[in-house]
Design a protein around this ligand. Structure first.
Ligand code: PGA
Length: 248
């Protein structure tokens, strides 16, 4: 049985005061206990958000990390630093990081290994561009991203990993993949995990959809067999919307 997981990706939004305000608003609502709710916040908000969610079931995530524990890597944040702050999840390989900050399949793989070694659960993002989809290459691209991200990752870690399928053309654009398209592609990613590891891992891996998910699209999406959750940007910044997503 795969527990559904709805994760908010705040991106570079919310200072400390705004973060606490948002968390306090979310806490006023009753949250569905059968769904894992995660908020992935900017580094500077982590400590205060951790304190603000302490009496709740909400999990905390970061949006990136370096793979090394320490050293001369100006501007980077290490897994030890995240662990010290009590982070449960880390988003890795988000398309914005691949696009603007030279994140590659190789760095995603290094970061995934490091996160798992430090008991931080990675949310690994994969997804094709509009051009790749229009030229019919979406499966090839996503399969290659998955295979490279999972290189030398032990099968016993599968239950600690979440994949987010996020077609780049659907992120922040208001265009979502149809629930059927998301289901197809997520099924394909699940098959890829099956090819790498086997039947059990294929059944156990949790795979989210991400890209303009909104309260009015979530229930159809979550009704699909292959879809285990959503990674949500814009709609996670409004308490009411985020709660509607969790309580889909
Ligand atoms: P969006 O972002 O929901 O604003 O499209 C999703 C994401 O980038 O994770």
């Amino acid at each position: 049985m795969r527990t559904p997981i709805i994760a908010g990706n705040w991106k570079m939004n919310n200072n400390i005061e705004e973060s606490i305000e948002l968390v306090e608003e979310i806490k006023k609502f009753q949250l569905d206990r059968d769904v894992e709710a995660v908020i992935c916040v900017p580094f500077t908000d982590i400590k205060d958000v951790k304190a603000a969610i302490k009496d709740t079931d909400i999990k905390l995530g970061a949006q990136n990390m370096h793979w090394e524990e320490k050293g001369a890597f100006t501007g980077e944040i290490s897994p030890l630093m995240l662990k010290e702050l009590g982070v449960d999840y880390v988003i890795l390989g988000h398309s914005e990081r691949r696009q603007y900050f030279n994140e590659t399949d190789d760095t995603v793989n290094k970061k995934m290994k490091s996160a798992l070694n430090h008991d931080i659960k990675p949310i690994i993002c994969v997804g094709e561009s509009l051009e790749e989809r229009e030229s019919g290459k979406e499966r090839e691209v996503v399969k290659s991203q998955v295979i490279k991200a999972f290189e030398d990752i032990d099968r016993k870690e599968i239950e600690n990993i979440v994949i987010a399928y996020e077609p780049i053309w659907a992120i922040g654009t208001g265009k979502t993949a149809s629930a059927d398209d998301a289901n197809d592609m997520i099924g394909f990613i699940r098959d890829t995990i099956g090819e790498i590891y086997g039947k059990e891992e294929k059944q156990n891996i949790r795979i989210q959809y991400g890209g303009s998910v909104k309260p009015d699209t979530i229930s159809e999406l979550m009704g699909k067999e292959e879809v285990d959750g959503a990674l949500v940007g814009g709609a996670s910044l409004k308490s009411e919307d985020f709660v509607k997503l969790i309580n889909y």
